[in-house]
Each structure stands twice: as structure tokens, then as C-alpha cells.
Write a protein that binds this ligand. Structure first.
Ligand code: FE2
Length: 144
């Protein structure tokens, strides 16, 4: 979990190397979900882990980014995989409720929207023995 605009109990930078070492002892194929608000933190973590994990995929911002890539060390990365859920919304919440809260500053009970449901994510291909990625493709079904 990132630190910018969020309030994690501990910094991901304190924990990530130990978690990756622990996972590496079990499997060569390791996927890291970096749950963060700031694109800079997600890109920085992907660079930090390049060559040590199979993929670093961002979540939390809900909007699929167009930067899917395999980095030089063989770690696939994308800043945000997108959202599986109702896209006729404000990142999943009924738009009128989200905009009312933003416009007025008053608390509103959020309700999940129902329209425009899509599956979003990524497909990562990798070498099963080394765990290094060979390709990453964004997925969006149905395509708009
Ligand atoms: Fe989140």
C-alpha cells in the first residue's frame, strides 16, 4: 500500500524486500499488487522490483492505464489494471452520489452503480522456471 494520499500502518518500502525474499523461497512466479493513489509510487516500485518478480500491477485508482510494459529485467508492469465493475459510475459508485459529496462536502452513503459492467485487468505471460515476464496485455471486456 502506497503512502501518498493514503495512510498505511507501515511504509511498503520497509516491507517489500522481505516479502519478495519470502515469496522467492516458495515460487519463481511472483505477482505484486501495489495499492496506491500516486502513479509515481507505483512506477517507482515496479522499477525497484525489476528482475526480482514476475509482475507489479497497480490498483486503487480504478482507471486502466496505457503503460503496460515488460521492463528490462523481465518484470511486467502497469500503473493501474483498471476496474472490474460498473463503469457507468464514478469508479464504481453511483455518479449522482459521488458528485453530490464532492460538490457539497457533505457525507453521503455510497451505493454501488449497476450500469456498464466491464471486466478489466491484464494477462501476463512468463517463463515458469525463471518467473520472468515475456509479455503483458491489458484486458477490457467488452471493449468500449
Ligand atoms: Fe483502494
Amino acid at each position: 500500500m502506497g503512502s501518498l494520499s493514503l495512510d498505511p500502518a507501515r511504509s511498503m518500502w520497509e516491507l517489500i524486500d522481505g516479502l519478495v525474499d519470502e515469496a522467492t523461497a516458495t515460487t519463481p512466479v511472483i505477482l505484486v499488487d501495489v495499492h496506491a493513489e500516486a502513479t509515481s509510487e507505483k512506477v517507482a516500485l515496479a522499477r525497484w522490483l525489476d528482475g526480482r518478480v514476475t509482475g507489479v500491477v497497480g490498483t486503487h485508482t480504478h482507471v486502466q492505464t496505457s503503460d503496460a510494459r515488460v521492463q528490462p529485467g523481465g518484470t511486467a508492469a502497469i500503473t493501474d489494471v483498471g476496474m472490474t465493475g460498473p463503469h457507468d459510475s464514478v469508479i464504481g459508485v453511483k455518479a449522482e452520489l459521488a458528485t453530490h459529496r464532492m460538490r457539497t462536502g457533505m457525507p453521503v452513503r455510497f451505493e454501488v452503480a449497476t450500469g456498464g459492467v466491464r471486466i478489466e485487468g491484464v494477462l501476463i505471460e512468463c517463463d515458469g522456471a525463471s518467473g520472468r515476464a515475456t509479455a503483458i496485455r491489458p484486458v477490457r471486456v467488452p471493449w468500449p
